[in-house]
Each structure stands twice: as C-alpha cells, then as structure tokens.
Design a protein around this ligand. Structure first.
Ligand code: XMP
Length: 509
C-alpha cells in the first residue's frame, strides 16, 4: 500500500503546523507524509510534489535548519510555506531580514496574479494568516511576486521556469480563507489523482494484509478505544479467526465498561476474550503515589498479563497494534520532549519475539474514525472520547485503591451520562473526572462532613497536542455537581478545571 501510493512529502522545518499541512492535503484526498527537513526519502517512488513547512528559526540564524534541496528543486513541484518560502529565497541569493513591523495574525491579500496556477480562484482581499518575525526584502533573479499584503511585499512568489512557489502566509490554517483552494491548486499542479479515500485504504490494506500474513496467526491487545478497535476490525476482515484479541480489565476502566465493550466486540464478530486482572493491578499499585511510577506499573503489569495469556495460545507469529500516525511522527520528531511516558506500546514486541504489524500507522485520528464508519462500526463506538491507556489510574491523584476507583467510577458515570443526556458529549474532544487526595469540610443536613473532592474536566481539541477547557452551560455544571455530591458516597465538593494545554495537560497525571 505504502509503496504504490502517490504522495506529497512535507519536509518538517519544525513548525507547529506541519501536521496540519499534512492533514489538509489528505483532506483533499491525496496521501501525504512528513519527513524531517534533512531526510528527504530519495528512494521513495510515486512522489508527486514536495512542501517545505514553516519553522521557528530565522534563515539567517547560524543554527537554523538547512538542507540540500538540489535533488528536489526542479525535479518535483515544490511549495515553500513561511520559513520554507524564505529558505528558498535565501538559498538563491535573495534577502530575508528581521521585519520592522508585526507580521503575525490576519492580513489581507492583494495584487493576486490569478493567471498563476497556484493563485487560480484565490480572491483579492481574502484574509490570510501570517506568523513570522522575518520577511523577504529582495527576491532573487527569476522569482516573480504573485501576491502581496499591505505590510508584506512578497506574500507569494513563483520561480520562473520551475514548478516552484513560495507563500509567506499559512494556507493550512483555517484563518486563511482561501487556504484549502491554494493547496488544492498545488495538488492540481502536481497532477494528483486524489485517490486517498477510506474505501481505497481499506481495500488495499486488506489485500496487503492477506498477502503478508497468509495463514499466520495474529494476536492483538484491544482496549475499547477507537484505534485498537478499528485495527482489530480491519484485521478481522482480512484474516478472520486467525486474529485473536485480548481485552484486559486492569480495574481502571470506566463503570461497566469491561462487559459492555466485550459485548460490542462480539457483535463485530471479533475473536476476543476478556481477562479479569483487577486484583493483580490493585496489588501492584498499593501504596504507590508517584505518577510516573504508577504509569510504569500499569504499563508493565499489562505486558505481564498479555504475555501470560499469549503463551497459552499456540502458533502466534504476529502482534498487531493500533499505532497511528501522530505516534509515528512524534517518535521521529525533530523537537520532541517527553512530558509523560505515553503509549506504553513499544515494549511488547522486543520481549515477546513477535513480528509487529500496525495497519493504521499511516492514519490520523479523524481518518481512523472514517475507516471505522466505512467498516460499519457503530457511531457510539467510533465517537467515543479518547481514554488513556493507564485508564482511571491517571485520574486518581495519590494512591489507587479499589474504593477510590469505585468513587471515581460512580462520579464519572454520572458525568458522562449527563453529557450524553444534555447532548454535549459529541461536542467535545474528551471528558472525564479526577479524584483528588484533598478532603474538605462540608455540611449535609445538620451534619459536618469531611470528604473527597471531584474535578470535572472537559476539553476541546483537534489532536490533543493543544486543548482548551470547554465552556459548559452553568445549568449543566450545577446539575452535575448536585447529582455527584448527592449520589456518590464520600464526595462533598465538585470543582471544574479551567486550564488549557499548554501550560497544563489534559490528564492530571
Ligand atoms: P495529555 O495529558 O498529555 O494527554 O495532555 C493527551 C492525550 O493523550 C491521552 N493519554 C494517553 N493515551 N496512553 C494513551 O494511549 C497513555 O498513557 C496516555 N496518557 C494520556 C489523553 O487522554 C489525551 O487524550
């Protein structure tokens, strides 16, 4: 699949919006992949065009990201965005200097040369989004301006005699009104066939899986989450009963989730069995308060249970994982700082001597969801909020005990059911409840209470890299607070988390 697919390559110079460029291109039904700025995949076939991303540096910085473009320029249609555009100018002897005026935020495009194929149907006076401290002050020979703004003389240019363009604004962000049209024009210049669709992905992935796996047996850990479930349903379609799925109850799932999800899996026709390992995890976690330690114990415990179960099944050669594209690029990232030890996947294959298969590794989350729909999975399953691998373990601050898990499960169940009843669940990226190790004084009837605190957390996001707290209706919050305090034993206070990411994170641990 990967081999035969026509693709656009985005070279990443470190911009915050590199992934967004890639997603936009894919929304236009063309497969797109990200590579570090200096790792152009020369050997790759079927590249139809290249995009240079923006970046945090000035091209004049000594430590700025610089790469040899000689095997790209003139060979593939090329679009430089922001830093990418400035870098092309700099490399050809033009001048890029610190900008005297602010070039952040909204600007209005003027003098648009609509005859230029990149500018076809781009409106004069449309809004574009700028974000740079430097600006191009002189263009090299053969570089022709094709649009400007009030403050930016060379907002866009092309190079005569080459299929190379540069834009100093960001066509990939939604604030650039004609941004998608501009990217679409670039794809037309690249003669894109636009064959990146869910159906094509499924058909070709199934063919490829059947070819690679033959009659081999594959094991997969499923979590009830969208990625591992879509991965399993896709594999099931390709190899049927040769796929064996294991669903572990680590005692940190939502209320009633284990049986509900197992039932759903069975309805998809999956060959799945559940393992009740609650006590195993509670024992290992007893007395542990430190967040990273808890995460390691839960991740390690999962591997232990999985290994133990896998050993019982004979003749397994492959391990399937629902790894998706953001995980893949994160691990290749030219920035990358580990904030939390996420995605406790990596450990399994090395230890267990399985070959690894990751059929979703090319997809973004929204694409995984579309594949799920195309495979006929139920809406309520596909639209589930993301849920962390360590489960409620990262939402119980302090020690994890079965009693505290129970308190959190009850509060969480009231809250999530409430969001659904009020038609709010699908409007947000993620929702959950956190249990604090903080007791406070309250009064119930005439009694003084001294009990636990529950935090409600709901965020908007597109990819979990950044997030904002959801502006929930006060009436809803009031109802939830009442219900939780009245119905959940040992809780006498509910608070709402109004922190965005950054500087906070979505989960508390
Ligand atoms: P943070 O808390 O880093 O979370 O803002 C970002 C997103 O990742 C989810 N998350 C995890 N997912 N294993 C996972 O599969 C993990 O260990 C893990 N930790 C956090 C989190 O729920 C949010 O969607």
């Amino acid at each position: 699949m990967e081999k035969d697919l026509e693709s656009i390559i985005v070279l990443d110079f470190g911009s915050q919006t590199t992934q967004l460029i890639c997603r936009r291109v894919r929304e236009l039904n063309v497969y797109c992949e990200i590579f570090p700025y200096d790792k152009f995949p020369k050997e790759k076939k079927f590249i139809i065009g290249v995009i240079l991303s923006g970046g945090p540096f000035s091209v004049n910085d000594t430590d700025a990201f610089k790469s040899d473009l000689s095997f790209i320029r003139g060979k593939y249609p090329l679009l430089g965005i922001c830093y990418g555009a400035q870098y092309l100018v700099y490399m050809s002897g033009g001048k890029v200097e610190k900008s005297g005026i602010r070039e952040y935020g909204r600007a209005i495009l003027t003098s648009v040369k609509k005859m230029d194929p990149l500018m076809k149907n781009i409106s004069n006076c449309s809004q574009v989004w700028m974000s740079h401290g430097d600006t191009i002050v002189s263009l090299p020979k053969y570089f022709i301006p094709i649009a400007n703004t009030e403050d930016v003389k060379y907002a866009a240019y092309r190079i005569e005699g080459e299929k190379t363009w540069g834009v100093q604004f960001h066509p990939e962000v939604s604030h650039t009104e004609d941004g998608m049209r501009l990217l679409d024009n670039f794809l037309t210049i690249c003669n894109a066939r636009r064959n990146w669709t869910s159906k094509n992905f499924i058909d070709s992935t199934i063919d490829q899986l059947r070819m690679n796996l033959g009659n081999d047996k594959v094991i997969s850990a499923v979590s009830g989450g969208v990625d591992s479930s879509v991965c399993a349903v896709l594999l099931n379609k390709a190899i049927g009963k040769n796929l064996i799925c294991i669903f572990v109850d680590n005692g940190l799932l939502r209320k009633g989730e284990f049986l509900k999800v197992l039932k759903d899996y069975e309805s998809f026709g999956l060959n799945v069995y559940g393992v009740d390992a609650q006590n195993f995890f509670y024992k290992k976690l007893a007395g542990v308060k430190e967040p990273e330690k808890k995460r390691k114990i839960i991740g390690g415990g999962f591997i232990d249970i999985f290994e133990q179960e896998a050993r019982k099944i004979k003749g397994i050669q492959w391990l399937a994982q629902g790894t998706i594209y953001p995980d893949v690029i994160e691990s290749l990232s030219i920035r990358g700082v580990i904030i939390k030890s996420h995605h406790n996947v990596g450990g399994l294959p090395n230890k267990m001597n399985f070959k690894l298969i990751e059929p979703l590794r090319l997809l973004f989350k929204d694409e995984v969801r579309r594949i799920g729909y195309e495979l006929g999975m139920k809406k309520c399953f596909i639209e589930r909020h993301p849920f962390p691998g360590p489960g409620l373990g990262v939402r119980i601050i302090g020690e994890i005990t079965p009693e505290r898990v129970h308190t959190l499960q009850e509060a969480d169940d009231i809250f999530i059911s409430g969001l659904r009843e009020w038609n709010l669940y699908n409007k947000f990226w993620q929702a959950g409840v956190v249990l604090l190790p903080v007791k406070s004084i309250g009064v119930m009837g005439d009694e003084r209470t001294y009990e636990d605190t529950i935090v409600l957390r709901v965020v908007t996001s597109v990819d979990a890299m950044t997030a904002d707290w959801a502006r929930l209706p006060y009436d809803f919050l009031a109802k939830m607070s009442n219900e939780i305090i009245n119905k959940v034993k040992k809780v006498n206070r509910v608070v709402y988390d109004i922190s965005s990411k950054p500087p906070s994170t979505i989960e508390w641990e």
